[in-house]
Write a protein that binds this ligand. Sequence first.
Ligand code: NAD
Ligand code: TDX
Length: 334
Amino acid sequence: MKLLVTGGAGFIGSNFVHYILKKYPDYQVVNLDLLTYAGNLENLKELENNPNYKFVKGDIADFELVNNLVKDCDIIVHFAAESHVDRSILDSEEFIRTNVIGTHTLLEAAKNNGNKRFHHVSTDEVFGALKMDDPKFNEKTPYDPRSPYSASKASSDHLVRAYFHTYNLPITISNCSNNYGPYMFPEKLFPLFITNLIEDKKVPLYGDGMNVRDWLYVEDHCVAIDAIIHKGRIGETYCVGGDAEKNNKEITYKILELMGKGEDMIEFVKDRPGHDRRYAIDFSKIKNELGWEPSVSFEEGLQKTIEWYKNNEAWWKDIKSGEYAKYYEKQYGK
Ligand code: NAD
Ligand code: TDX
């Protein structure tokens, strides 16, 4: 099987490429990635000499390039996106270009080449925000995106489904909850807090710190996508979650404890505008149909993640000293 993976140099994409080539050593993977600020070839260094792996630097919105790559693959697994909510609040233009126009370009190429199999990696944020006592999101929850990021992902989901209904394009979609683990760019909660603490810097907690997310260790997400691309029903959406609802304060205290730091390292900062209060996923469909469920507990995943960032200082220090420093100043004012 020949996979065209988009965004394979980012956090989840690079974990997925490693996972697939380890589990299926005879599969071929072509990784198309623009190497934006979030893409990093260091994530894939060990695969450089693997004959079944090829990297192509390019834009998913470049039809000619994409059309040529799609011709030669059996399935497109589409991760590439602008993925950070706070950046979408500062400036959303790239989110519309990559997430909406880029996805549309890939869909056109898939249609143009004999209706190629297409898996679209999406997020639970398209469903909006839950109140504390609301039931969890599931595949039937109406879309209600509330940030420029989630609105752009919702648009891409609608386009993917439209290509199934209109052109019979053989698609599947996964809407997953918050991931964490190795190779996560240090703008997101887990790696930002862990690396700040290693550097003996305070951690910026938004608002009252009581916003809830449902956390899934990244490798479990890769296993879910593996199950969907091999056994998922065409045209279907699968919700993927961690069964690990935690508020940000709880997570921060746990990280502080595991890293031997005190609560004086917390700095409460201005809240994110439109900050969604709670996400939670009911993953019974994928569990019942495909036998998938999370295998890594929150405690185990968190330990592994902290260890990874402690053992890979060069990886994140390089990132934190580059373009990222300007973003940090804009976002946190220091
Ligand atoms: P990321 O920001 O770490 O990586 C995105 C990758 O896409 C980068 O390598 C970047 O260079 C590449 N890219 C961006 N624009 C591109 C373009 N125009 N052409 C080609 N490549 C481009 O993102 P992530 O956290 O790994 O998320 C991957 C996917 O999973 C996204 O679609 C995201 O919406 C979805 N998702 C993420 C999470 C999470 O917790 N991070 C949860 C659920 C779903
Ligand atoms: O400095 C911070 N302080 C803080 O309190 C940051 C960066 C975040 N937070 C809070 C905001 C959220 O409630 O932590 C929570 C998690 O924030 P992020 O790591 O930015 O993730 P989130 O906004 O929930 O979105 C993530 O999960 C869904 C990914 O970035 C998305 O790509 C994915 O779709």
